[in-house]
Design a protein around this ligand. Structure first.
Ligand code: NDP
Length: 321
């Protein structure tokens, strides 16, 4: 089969399109003919060595496709089923061996590029707003990178429950997309960001900041919170946040901060199916729109990573095998 392989960690150029042996499934796994592959920011962190990964490896964790073989000990999945997954190592490939434990059924009417890119970002938005800080109707929150994959979904989920959403974006095109998703105020990044957020909240600050940008926004995020507000630092698209003095939480107003990650919010099959089901059903019913901002042939993974890292994407982006 064809796949992307990384033989040494580095820039996007290490994503090499190549031929490799088909994966062999073990007990508890299914083999999938991939229809579409989700690209996530974490794929760039792993490729560049932010996380400890030993090459060679096939990148990616997310996709959708049709089951072509079922391993022993698998129940409830049959050949021909359409599934999606957000925790399937080696997903930048024409075939993927997926643990049945992380497979999610794809409802009729959800197209492969959407199915392949909705779960990881969708379940992230879901746990942030359901389980990290659950804002009430009328409360105000700040979402950074409002036109990104997580940002667009999180904004829709929050707005749908009557929460006022302020976002940040870098361009006019991204602003339009963020407003369409339900943001009522869309700001540009900059030194006075926290002052502008405070001005929009009568000086009080927001109940929560959902920050996936990290290094460049961290200080403004903390300074934008109301007393006892929550900073959910869930990523570092601009770089990782350096160590900081806990005393700042005291002087900032008895603030909370957490650095959550999806795997700890999908701890068992029931929790995974709750979050995935909410997202897939909302898409199937039309209540949630997942924007696939761009698709690329699998062979062009390098270009896709360059676009993602240089802020040239909106919504989710997808590889097609
Ligand atoms: P996005 O589609 O949001 O892409 C990243 C966006 O971040 C860019 O489009 C850009 O939007 C913004 N950004 C701001 N500064 C920079 C910079 N210096 N370089 C690049 N981008 C920048 O990606 P995802 O939706 O895939 O992920 C968003 C964040 O969520 C990432 O940090 C990711 O790691 C994190 N994440 C965390 C998870 C978890 O469980 N902890 C799970 C999934 C994602 P703009 O131009 O408008 O600023």
């Amino acid at each position: 089969m064809h796949a992307i392989q990384v033989s040494e960690l580095g820039g996007p150029e290490v994503l090499q399109y190549t031929e490799v042996p088909d994966p062999v499934i073990g007990p508890g796994q299914v083999l999938v003919d991939t229809e579409a592959i989700g690209i996530n920011f974490i794929d760039t962190y792993i490729r560049s060595g932010v996380y400890q990964t030993v090459p060679p490896y096939i990148p990616g964790a997310e996709g959708s496709g049709v089951v072509s073989a079922v391993g022993s000990e698998v129940t409830g999945i049959r050949v021909g089923d359409r599934i999606a997954w957000a925790a399937g190592p080696g997903s930048y490939a024409e075939k993927v061996a997926v643990d049945a434990a992380v497979a999610v059924p794809v409802p009729d009417g959800v197209e492969p590029p959407v199915a392949a890119s909705a779960l990881l970002q969708g379940m992230t938005a879901h746990y942030l707003i359901e389980s990290v800080y659950k804002p009430e109707a009328g409360e105000t929150v700040l979402v950074h990178a409002g036109s990104g994959g997580v940002g667009l979904i999180l904004t829709q989920l929050a707005a749908a429950r009557g929460v006022r959403v302020i976002t940040t974006v870098s361009t006019d095109e991204k602003e339009a997309l963020s407003r369409e998703a339900g943001a009522t105020e869309v700001l540009r990044y900059g030194e006075d960001l926290a002052d502008r957020v405070r001005a929009l909240t009568g000086g009080e600050g927001v109940a929560a900041v959902y920050d996936g940008v990290g290094k460049d926004t961290f200080d403004a995020s903390l300074a934008s919170l109301r007393i006892r507000g929550m900073l959910a630092l869930f990523g570092g698209a601009s770089g990782q946040v350096p160590p900081f003095d806990l005393q700042r939480l005291n002087s900032g107003g008895s603030l909370f901060i957490t650095r959550p990650t999806l795997v700890h919010y999908t701890r068992d099959r029931a929790e995974l199916l709750w979050r995935a089901g909410d997202i897939m059903n909302a898409i199937a019913s039309g209540a949630l729109r997942v924007r696939v901002g761009a698709t690329y042939p699998l062979a062009d993974a390098e270009r896709a990573h360059r676009d993602l890292e240089s802020r040239n994407t909106t919504g989710s982006i997808v590889l097609l095998p």
